[in-house]
Ligand binder design. Structure first.
Ligand code: HEC
Ligand code: HEC
Ligand code: HEC
Ligand code: HEC
Ligand code: HEC
Length: 228
């Protein structure tokens, strides 16, 4: 099967390029059938230029992103040893969950491209969720028709993931954590958002070079922040 190699260092052609999945997979099964083909890979997350300020209909918009807040309760990470009490998840986490927690279809955007009409709508609008069924990618992605998608369908509990929405202690105290080099950024690309660790601290969705979309090799990732 022909697999389109991702252009190194860019989202285009990667698994996060929802306009290119048919080509990538060598099948016509997805883009335009299982979800809308907006013909712009950025629009699935980013508000298209010039179209800021559009009011979200049918849900609450994630601040500054072209997506809706995930619906339903999200179980945040909890433990006795955590210093930081997680108050809320930042936009750089909610954005990921809007596709990866299975509550919404991957093409559920606030603003569709200019000129989009009803006849452009795909017949199905599938979600990344476990369990199969016509509204889920696991309908095909069950390990038989296509690769299993259970691991990326992280669901609504973040108990078995790295804590997110947590304030970075290394900004104030460097006993257990290294300080960032400047402005919440570490030299290797790992970064904080408003002093917090969010999903996009470790992951760069635009860059498939270090699988799975990591900012640095796994062996260097944890010791960017943790000092023991
Ligand atoms: C799957 C969601 C997603 C898609 C699709 C996406 N982005 Fe992003 N983008 C993000 C996130 C999350 C951030 C903020 C975190 C970061 O800097 O990586 C961001 C930040 C950016 C930034 C600011 C980077 C910085 O350092 O401040 C630029 C520029 C950008 N994206 C361009 C693009 C372009 C161009 C495309 C289409 C080719 C695109 N993005 C597609 C999620 C996405
Ligand atoms: C518009 C929907 C969408 C959004 C938003 C999104 N993703 Fe994804 N993500 C996908 C799809 C589709 C895949 C491919 C799943 C597969 O092939 O199993 C994927 C795969 C991944 C993978 C696995 C890659 C691999 O090589 O196995 C990681 C890690 C990931 N996403 C992280 C993130 C993070 C972090 C964010 C937020 C900053 C995010 N994603 C936002 C749709 C999305
Ligand atoms: C009608 C069946 C079908 C449906 C529905 C479907 N896919 Fe696929 N998908 C495939 C096939 C077949 C492949 C190629 C074989 C493989 O990668 O497992 C594929 C491959 C992919 C790839 C490329 C993986 C890689 O390694 O390059 C991604 C990403 C993907 N699908 C995402 C999705 C997402 C997200 C959805 C739901 C929104 C979805 N698919 C729905 C059949 C389907
Ligand atoms: C502290 C760094 C870090 C943070 C924060 C983080 N991840 Fe990851 N993530 C990783 C690493 C490392 C891997 C690869 C190893 C693994 O699968 O555990 C990974 C794997 C993944 C995968 C692929 C799972 C698989 O088994 O293929 C997805 C999807 C993903 N992360 C999404 C997210 C989302 C969504 C968030 C926020 C809720 C997040 N990550 C927060 C480091 C992080
Ligand atoms: C961007 C910085 C950063 C990176 C990279 C990072 N961590 Fe963390 N980690 C944190 C922060 C912040 C906390 C929460 C500290 C607190 O509030 O107590 C944390 C907490 C933890 C905890 C403790 C959870 C608890 O219940 O007490 C574990 C375990 C952990 N990280 C493992 C890892 C592993 C494994 C990696 C590499 C895959 C990693 N971390 C990468 C910043 C980071």
């Amino acid at each position: 099967m022909y697999v389109l190699p991702a252009l190194s260092g860019t989202l285009v052609g990667s698994k996060h390029d929802l306009t290119g999945l048919n080509r990538r997979a060598g099948v016509e099964a997805m883009t335009g059938l299982a979800f809308n083909n907006y013909r712009d890979p950025c629009i699935y997350c980013h508000v298209p230029t010039g179209l800021q300020g559009k009011v979200a209909v049918g849900g609450q918009q994630i601040q500054e992103w072209n997506r809706y807040l995930p619906t339903g309760e999200i179980q945040v990470y909890e433990s006795e040893t955590l210093r930081s009490r997680i108050q809320e998840l930042g936009p750089e986490t909610l954005l990921c969950l809007s596709c990866h927690d299975g509550s919404m279809a991957v093409d559920m955007v606030v603003t569709k491209p200019e000129g989009w009409s009803v006849k452009d709508e795909a017949p199905l609008h599938m979600k990344i969720d476990k369990g199969g069924g016509l509204d889920r990618c696991t309908q095909c992605h069950d390990g038989n028709t296509a690769h299993r998608m259970d691991a990326v369908a992280i669901g609504r509990s973040l108990m078995d993931d790295h804590p997110v929405g947590v304030t970075y202690p290394g900004l104030f105290d460097s006993t257990d954590f290294y300080p960032p080099s400047s402005d919440g950024r570490f030299r290797n690309g790992v970064k904080l958002f408003r002093n917090k660790v969010e999903c996009a601290s470790c992951h760069d969705v635009h860059n498939p070079d270090i699988v799975p979309f990591l900012r640095v090799e796994q062996k260097d990732l944890c010791i960017t922040c943790h000092n023991k």
